[in-house]
Design a protein around this ligand. Structure first.
Ligand code: F6P
Length: 321
């Protein structure tokens, strides 16, 4: 395989993608690769939006949120003829290795590409959802949690001033990691996530008891995957008798300057990805497990379902009943 290596970001953007790109370029250059940047994710692979990675292109991006390489969700990549175009673009440029920074949908797409044309790739998990099997951490999660923490702290100020309940809906797709972790970190009274059965009747009894004993406001964090934001807000208003408002945090959670943790983990994932390719791994995903970095074959990641840490579930379960 030629020593050309291209880096792309794909799927939902997350903080930490930029430092991962910078480090992957610098480390791969040290190892003798000719590095390239793919703009616009998979769409850019198809459209040949690929340029050699110069020092200028990877300078001044470490502290920036989102992804300077930009991203896309590209259903057209499911078409083999479209993938063939992407392959021809890489061959023309002498690129025989790919690093993809994104979520498991992007990894699956690259694995299909690998089965079609034999181009090895290494995946770096990056999604605020933290829902990739096999890794305890995905880039962007810490930054997103800090955005949520700051927002909930601010909402608490107004909740307390007005003696209101606030329901705060956070992202995560089908995964409750962001909701559970932020509910614990922010001292919420209620937390609903898809993974934990909830019991509104007992939540109601608990709240009424607390209100009778002086509680003046309530913070509830709900995962978007429960689709309970609207309902819970009306229910608190009507059944508990406390004026309630809903705040959907939305895409603000995807932005912001990467935290120190996301920057450092980006570096470590990037080094692991270059090393994996260098060691001849063809389709591996970098993982962080029990405090150390390694990689797993892609099928072990995409064939399994991410499971929330039982310790967090235990801690947060009282918020669902
Ligand atoms: O996967 C990241 C994520 O932000 C999810 O939490 C959310 O459900 C989804 O992407 C939103 O997607 P889009 O940016 O396409 O609206």
């Amino acid at each position: 395989m030629p020593k050309g290596l291209a880096i792309l970001t794909s799927g939902g953007d997350s903080a930490g993608m930029n430092p991962a790109v910078k480090c992957a370029v610098e480390y791969a250059n040290q190892k003798g690769y000719q590095t390239h940047l793919v703009y616009d994710g998979l769409r850019g692979l198809i459209a040949d939006n690929i340029v050699p990675a110069t020092r200028d292109l990877v300078s001044g991006l470490l502290h920036r949120g989102g992804t300077l390489l930009r991203s896309s969700r590209s259903p057209e990549f499911f078409d083999i003829e479209v993938r063939r175009k992407a392959y021809e673009n890489l061959v023309r440029r002498g690129i025989g290795n790919l690093i993809v920074i994104g979520g498991d949908g992007s990894f699956r797409a690259l694995n299909q590409f690998h089965s079609d044309f034999g181009i090895p790739f290494a995946g770096i998990p990056a999604t605020i959802d933290n829902d990739i099997a096999g890794t305890d951490y995905c880039l962007g999660v810490d930054t997103a949690l800090n955005v949520i923490r700051e927002s909930v702290d601010s909402i608490r100020d107004t909740a307390s001033s007005f003696s209101r309940a606030f329901v705060i809906e956070v992202m995560g797709r089908h995964c409750g990691y962001l909701a559970l972790t932020s509910a614990l970190a922010c001292g919420a009274e209620i937390c609903l996530v898809p993974e934990i059965p909830y019991d509104l009747e007992s939540i109601g009894a608990r709240l009424k008891h607390d209100i009778a004993n002086g509680r003046r406001y309530v913070i509830a964090v709900v995962a978007e995957g429960t689709k309970m934001g609207d309902y819970l807000t009306r229910w608190i208003n009507d059944s508990i008798g406390m004026e309630a408002r809903l705040t959907v945090l939305g895409h603000v959670q995807r932005g912001g300057s990467p935290t120190v943790q996301d920057r450092i983990m980006a570096y470590k994932f990037a080094v692991a990805a270059v090393d994996a390719l260098d060691a001849g791994q063809k389709n591996s995903i970098m993982v962080f497990r029990d405090g150390s970095y390694s990689h797993l074959p892609i099928h072990q990641v995409t064939d399994s379902k991410y499971k929330l840490d039982p310790a967090i579930i235990r801690l947060a379960s009282p918020l669902a009943c």
